[in-house]
Design a protein around this ligand. Structure first.
Ligand SMILES: [Zn+2]
Length: 246
C-alpha cells in the first residue's frame, strides 16, 4: 500500500457516518495546538496524528526525564535529556509522515500566548500548572478559540471543553477562579499513566468532535476515577461575574 493512499489509511473512520470523507477533509485542514507534551499530550497527540489532523503544534519547554516515562508514551529511554518537542516530533513523524508538526520549545506566557494561539483552530490544554491554564484560557476567550481542558492527578482525571464563540459557554476561569489557591499538580503529586492515557484519549476525541463541529463537553465536565472506574458528567455553568469572560 502507498503511504499516500489516504482513502485506505482512514477508511475505518470515514466509514462512520459522522465522519465520512467530508469530516476527514475537515480533520486534514484543522490546526490543533497541544499545550504540554506530557501525560495528556502524548496520547492525545498520538491519536490526533493517527486520525489525520493536518497540523499539530506542540508547546513544551521541558526535556524528557526518566520519571516521565511511566505515562508519556511518545518517549523512549533514548530520548532522556532531549527537548520534549523534538522527541515528540520525531515519534509523530514516524507514525504519520503527512502531518505538519510545528514545535514551540519554550513556555507559553502572557506575552506570547495570543500570537501563538492565533495560528491554530483548536487548543488542547494538558499542561500541569494553573497559571499557564489561566494564561491560555484568557487568550482563547479574547481570540474566540475553542479550548479543550484536560487534567490528571493521582488516580483521577477530568475533561471539559469551552468555546468563546458560543454565548452559553463557560470559560476556564468560570470553573477555577484565577485567584484560587493552587492545588496539587502532577509534578508534585504523582499520577497513574493509564489514567493520563484514558483522559488524553478522551481529550483527543473531544478535539475531533470540535473539528467536526459537534463538541460534546461544552458546559459539562467529565470526571474519571481510575480507582473504582466511576465516570461522571456534571453541568458547568457560565459565571456571570467571571473576571475573564463576563
Ligand atoms: Zn469565564
Amino acid at each position: 500500500m502507498h503511504l499516500t493512499d489516504l482513502t485506505r489509511r482512514y477508511i475505518r473512520q470515514t466509514q462512520l457516518a459522522e465522519i465520512g470523507d467530508e469530516g476527514q477533509q475537515r480533520l486534514s485542514q484543522t490546526r490543533v495546538l497541544i499545550i504540554g507534551a506530557g501525560g495528556i499530550g502524548a496520547p492525545a497527540l498520538t491519536y490526533l496524528n493517527a486520525a489525520g489532523v493536518g497540523t499539530l503544534g506542540i508547546i513544551d519547554a521541558d526535556r524528557v526525564e526518566i520519571s516521565n516515562l511511566n505515562r508519556q508514551i511518545l518517549f523512549e529511554e533514548a530520548d532522556i535529556g532531549r527537548p520534549k518537542t523534538d522527541a515528540a516530533r520525531d515519534a509523530l513523524e514516524e507514525q504519520n509522515s503527512a502531518t505538519r508538526i510545528i514545535t514551540h520549545a519554550h513556555a507559553i506566557t502572557a506575552e506570547n500566548a495570543a500570537a501563538i494561539i492565533n495560528d491554530y483552530d483548536i487548543i488542547l490544554d494538558g499542561c500541569d500548572d494553573f497559571s499557564t491554564r489561566h494564561t491560555v484560557n484568557h487568550a482563547c476567550v479574547i481570540l474566540k478559540k475553542p479550548l479543550i481542558s484536560a487534567s490528571v492527578i493521582g488516580w483521577g482525571g477530568q475533561l471539559t471543553s469551552f468555546d468563546a464563540r458560543r454565548p452559553d459557554s463557560p470559560c476556564y476561569a468560570c470553573f477555577v477562579h484565577p485567584d484560587a489557591p493552587n492545588a496539587n499538580n502532577c509534578t508534585s503529586g504523582g499520577v497513574v499513566g493509564a489514567v493520563a492515557g484514558a483522559i488524553g484519549s478522551m481529550a483527543a476525541l473531544e478535539v475531533m468532535h470540535a473539528a467536526l463541529g459537534t463538541p460534546q463537553l461544552i458546559g459539562k465536565i467529565m470526571t474519571l476515577n481510575g480507582h473504582n472506574f466511576d465516570q461522571r458528567s456534571m453541568i458547568l455553568m457560565r459565571d456571570s461575574h467571571c473576571p475573564v469572560c463576563a
